[in-house]
Design a protein around this ligand. Structure first.
Ligand code: ADP
Length: 285
């Protein structure tokens, strides 16, 4: 780990969070944010209070995927208040008597103003921002002061200074459960994925498991699954490295709909969950 001021205790903001899960990928574009979104929705639908922290400074896409792009974070005396994506008390479309949890999101995207503003910050400014994100967000699972059951952290691709800052800040956070590594079939064997694995070992993060995304395409007309790229690499990799394989997610046109979500389109967001391919994977978490 980097030399410097190493925190001696979990940041106050994270003290009450029951589980913290990092989502990692060796490179960009493999579906890390999509997997974060689907995992969050699945947990919310199971009744858990979930917070998502988007610190992928290379392209914060979660406000768009959650349909809250034009919302703003607010500063309170206690710290930054994340954007509420789904509030169980306020959303009346709680059909089928499902007891859903609350979902809130903190993303760098909210602070950028314009999503086309690329982040060109240098290392120290980036790591300072990440440390602040980890320390200064008031995660209370909605407005009823309920602590978060899960905090999912969407990290930048690869392993970088940002990851080291996260590792340092979370070092003393006892609820850290570990990392989910997302890969695609054509990337599983690459050094990028192994780097993620080595990083986790180095900073003592448990690896919850590996998800192989974009693994085949299910034809909407005949329901046949075509393995456009080779498939099965994720499970082989997991086996050879003694990691848990959480499952495959096929290429699913529903993911594209996520990007087209309008602001406050909670109903659509929840409907999209119905096409969620992560249901079997979640049994592993
Ligand atoms: P990352 O966070 O790794 O950069 P994203 O989650 O932003 O990747 O995904 C990149 C693009 O691929 C997005 O447009 C997303 O909608 C799409 N995508 C991701 N996973 C799938 C999938 N299983 N099926 C179809 N499209 C997907």
């Amino acid at each position: 780990l980097e030399q410097g001021v190493v925190p001696q205790a979990a940041p106050k903001s994270l003290e009450k969070v029951k589980h913290i899960i990092l989502i990692l990928s060796g490179k960009g574009g493999v579906g890390k944010s999509s997997v974060t979104t689907q995992t969050a929705l699945t947990l919310v639908n199971k009744g858990f209070n979930v917070g998502v922290l988007d610190i992928d400074l290379t392209g914060p896409s979660l406000p768009r995927m959650f349909g809250v792009e034009s919302k703003q974070v607010h500063q309170s005396v206690a710290g930054w208040v994340p954007v509420s994506v789904y509030n169980n008390n306020h959303n009346s479309n709680n059909d089928n008597n499902i007891k859903r949890g609350n979902l809130s999101l903190m993303s760098l995207g909210f602070l950028l103003g314009n999503r086309n503003n690329s982040v060109v910050w240098r290392g120290p400014k980036k790591t300072a921002m990440i440390r602040q994100f980890l320390k200064d967000v008031v995660w209370n699972g909605g407005d009823n002061d309920t602590p978060l059951d899960y905090l999912l952290i969407d990290t930048p691709p690869g392993t970088s200074d940002e990851h080291i800052a996260i590792a340092e800040e979370l070092r003393w956070a006892s609820p850290i459960d570990g990392a989910i590594i997302v890969t695609t079939p054509q990337d599983v064997a690459t050094a990028d994925v192994r780097k993620e694995i080595n990083f986790c070992k180095k900073v003592n993060f448990d690896i919850i498991g590996v998800v192989e995304n974009m693994s085949g395409f299910i034809c909407p007309f005949c329901s046949e699954c075509t393995n456009i790229f080779s498939s099965g690499g994720g499970s082989k990799l997991s086996q050879s490295l003694d990691l848990t394989f959480l499952g495959n997610i096929p290429i699913d046109p529903k993911f594209v709909e996520m990007i087209e979500l309008q602001d406050n389109d909670t109903k659509k967001l929840i409907d999209l969950y119905d096409g969620c391919e992560l249901k079997p994977i979640m049994e592993g978490i």
